[in-house]
Design a protein around this ligand. Structure first.
Ligand code: NCD
Length: 304
């Protein structure tokens, strides 16, 4: 991949994805063996929204490559509190770092900031927009568990506000995948995403009931209802808890179904599923380290 910004999964070709995933597999095999790859590299972390996995796995990844991270900290503890603009904050942190990760509640924030910074900017989630680095670790997990070709995947939950879904759906158009979207009518994929998928020639179906498609699935990707993005809390309450799975639900699934979730989960997957062969969501979260190592390694290579 080029030394470039990564804003949406639409930028990722099949070759881009495969080269990151292949490199990630090398890091995964022995993550502690690469501590002298980028000894002087600094990664800037600008998170304007809560994060556990994305932030900590990026931090672990840069440290495993021998580099270090500088973290803006919380909005409360940073100069954002004094009224500094997003563009100014990002420009300043970009001056301390070789690459930046940005997470922000506004859709389009990463694209906007990328025009102000001259180091690679990685979108760590922009509102209900995109989350392309999550997609890379999702694809890695799918490849390891089910393979990326001849794949039948169900993607369930909040398809309207779920940025991991938007990015994953785009990226899957590079592969031979049938995508089945399962959600209440009110949380269908946004029209713009449906349009893009159609333009990319994606094989897509929409459902309101998981049961209609579950027996055919190789992968079921469950998502959290994005409560914080609902303009009206009542709307959230109306559908909260409706799209969950437990062992009973999975009785109709293939024996080798892989259940994924970007996490955090609220109540979409009953804990009784965790200890079954279906569950891949903790492994998925752990894959964030080798995959982000691979991505950073490619971005930083040009610096050597
Ligand atoms: C996701 C996100 O932030 O979009 N979390 C993550 O990065 N793994 C999913 C979510 O918050 O539901």
């Amino acid at each position: 991949m080029r030394r470039d910004h990564l804003i949406t999964a639409k930028q990722l070709s099949r070759e881009d994805v495969e080269s990151v995933l292949d490199r990630a597999a090398e890091f995964d095999a022995d993550p502690a063996a690469f501590g002298d790859r980028h000894p002087d590299a600094v990664l800037g972390l600008c998170f304007f929204e809560p994060s556990t996995r994305t932030k900590m796995s990026f931090e672990t990844a840069i440290k495993r490559l021998g580099g270090d991270a500088v973290d803006m900290g919380t909005v409360e503890s940073s100069s954002v509190k004094k009224g500094e603009s997003l563009a100014d904050t990002a420009r300043v942190v970009a001056g301390y770092a070789d690459a930046l990760v940005l997470r922000h509640p506004s859709q389009g924030a990463a694209k906007m900031v990328s025009e102000f910074v001259d180091v690679p900017l990685l979108n760590g989630g922009d509102g209900a927009g995109h989350h392309p680095t999550q997609t890379l670790l999702d694809l890695y997990t799918i490849r390891e568990n089910a393979g990326l070709d001849d794949l039948t995947i169900g993607i369930m939950g909040d398809l309207k506000y779920g940025r991991t879904v938007h990015s994953l759906a785009h990226a899957l158009t590079n592969f031979d995948a049938s995508q089945h979207f399962v959600s209440p009518e009110s949380l269908r994929l946004p029209r713009s995403v449906r349009y893009d998928l159609h333009e990319a020639g994606a094989n897509v179906r929409e459902h309101t009931e998981l049961g209609e498609i579950l027996p055919a699935l190789d992968v079921l990707y469950v998502t959290r209802i994005q409560r914080e993005r609902f303009p009206d809390e009542n709307e959230y309450q109306e559908i909260a808890g409706e799209y969950g799975i437990d062992l009973e639900t999975l009785e109709d699934a293939k024996d080798d179904l892989t259940v994924m979730h970007p996490l955090p989960r609220v109540d979409e997957i009953a804990p009784e599923v965790d200890d079954t062969e279906y569950a891949a969501y903790f492994e998925q979260a752990h894959n964030g380290v080798p995959v982000r190592m691979a991505l950073l390694d490619q971005l930083l290579e040009g610096d050597e």
